[in-house]
Design a protein around this ligand. Structure first.
Ligand SMILES: NC(=O)c1ccc[n+]([C@@H]2O[C@H](COP(=O)([O-])OP(=O)(O)OC[C@H]3O[C@@H](n4cnc5c(N)ncnc54)[C@H](O)[C@@H]3O)[C@@H](O)[C@H]2O)c1
Length: 310
């Protein structure tokens, strides 16, 4: 049985669905593997590395015509036309928001496995692309913020005087938020964080941040571990807390999502109250943006979305 690995066609995509290591594992399991020429170039994996792992190198048509096609992003119209009827495509497909894609795949007669729709339970952790990408995005948000911020994250003591550490406020303590907290703490920042799920407090503190307590803005412990939309009273209390925290922060990283959609957490007024030179990284931009001025320019599969002030 042939597993094929195409080059991603989405603009700016740097990921590839298989590495030489995973190719080796697939071959050990008895599969043949074909990788599209140049598929790993953006991830710094040359074709020779795949060949050394035992894969064949093919053109675009070959890479979309395996019995199983593994990709990072959903195929576009042209790529669907290259799929062999009866084959299986495994990728991140966002089936809930792209019914037309699912119809096109069904019409082509292929079986589609949406990795982003695999239940996020412990047994399926090895397939959890959402968590692994959220983890990367949280870390990356801090690196992006550190690059844009004019000061240093760690406090400095020099012969000429002292500077205090940067204050980083993280909204949302899920997978991305906890990764952001870990990265910011390790760079020496003073990190404060809030989540509407009360159970997140302990996790936030275990990563080295201060949990900002605001019981009026919090929900009951959720049965499935996910947040629900806030009531009007909770929202008002949360907005007050966010404005207050943003005013004292040098960097704000927003990660809040409610089942994939971003609740508004930072208003234009809160932004106006922030210190000159402070930085906001809106990780939930691809889910609509958590601050009212976010304008989504582009998003990559790490969930890292670049946004600019409107
Ligand atoms: N394999 C597993 O068992 C597994 C995998 C992934 C996640 N999880 C769990 O799922 C839960 C959600 O994690 P996630 O990273 O997918 O979350 P998510 O991406 O859906 O949301 C990010 C965070 O934003 C918070 N949030 C929502 N609205 C908010 C608001 N208005 N203000 C502040 N915060 C707000 C959420 O509570 C969440 O912590 C966590 O408990 C996580 O541990 C379990």
């Amino acid at each position: 049985m042939l597993i094929s690995v195409p080059q991603e066609s989405r603009a700016g995509e740097r990921l590839v669905a298989a590495t030489p290591r995973s190719v080796k594992q697939l071959i050990k399991l008895g599969f043949d593997v074909t990788v599209q020429a140049g598929a790993g170039a953006q991830a710094s994996i040359p074709d020779e590395a795949y060949v050394a792992a035992g894969a064949g190198i093919g053109d675009r048509a070959a890479a979309w015509s395996g019995d199983i096609v593994t990709a990072v992003n959903a195929p576009d119209e042209d790529e669907i036309a290259l799929l062999t009827p009866g084959s299986t495509v495994v990728a991140s497909l966002q089936p809930h928001s792209k019914p037309e894609l699912i119809d096109a795949l069904a019409e082509r007669g292929v079986t589609a496995l949406a990795l982003d729709a695999v239940p996020r339970i412990s047994r399926a952790q090895a397939l959890d692309v959402l968590s692994s990408m959220s983890n990367v995005a949280g870390y990356r948000a801090v690196i992006e913020a550190a690059e844009s911020y004019g000061g240093m994250f760690a406090g400095q003591v020099t012969a000429a005087g002292k500077t205090p550490p940067a204050t980083v406020f993280v909204i949302g303590g899920g997978v991305a938020g906890l990764a952001a907290i870990g990265a910011a703490v390790s760079l020496g920042a003073q990190v404060r964080a809030f989540d509407v799920r009360p159970e997140a407090a302990e996790q936030i503190e275990s990563m080295g941040a201060t949990f900002v307590h605001a019981p009026q803005a919090q929900q009951d412990i959720s049965p499935d571990g996910y947040a629900s939309p806030l009531t009007e009273e909770q929202q008002a209390a949360a907005m007050e807390l966010y404005a207050q925290e943003c005013a004292g922060a040098d960097v704000v990283i927003t990660t809040a999502l409610v089942r994939g959609s971003a609740p508004t957490t930072i208003t234009a007024e809160a932004v106006a109250g922030m210190k000159p030179g402070s930085v906001i990284v809106d990780l939930a931009a691809s889910g609509g943006g958590t601050h009212s001025l976010t304008q989504v320019l582009s998003a990559d599969s790490a969930g890292c979305a670049r946004s600019r002030l409107r």
